[in-house]
Design a protein around this ligand. Structure first.
Ligand SMILES: [Zn+2]
Length: 98
């Protein structure tokens, strides 16, 4: 079997292959990782707007504001922070829907 040199690592490789076995496997693994990452990225990108709409519509935010009002929770810090956040979401939703 005639031998060549792997252009990636410089070690010996069979003449008829372009890379040594280790570099060939590494390339396949990198391609599979890249493809899997790209598929996951595209899937998330496609689903994100729908998830955001389902998670926070104006009706839901108003319900949560009623439930989280600090008056109902002894003016707790958590209720105050949650209400502040919800008010911000309400403002954003109201301004984006007009
Ligand atoms: Zn190699």
């Amino acid at each position: 079997m005639s031998r060549g040199t792997c252009p990636q690592c410089g070690f010996a490789k069979p003449e008829r292959y372009s890379l040594c076995w280790q570099c060939h496997v590494r390339e396949l693994q990198a391609a599979a990782y890249t493809e899997g990452f790209a598929q996951g990225f595209e899937k998330g990108k496609a689903e994100a707007p729908q998830l955001a709409r389902e998670a926070l519509d104006l009706k839901r935010v108003r319900q949560l504001l009623q439930l989280s009002h600090p008056d109902r929770h002894d003016n707790s810090r958590a209720a105050t922070e949650a209400t502040r956040w919800l008010l911000r979401q309400r403002d954003l939703l109201e301004s984006s829907s007009t």
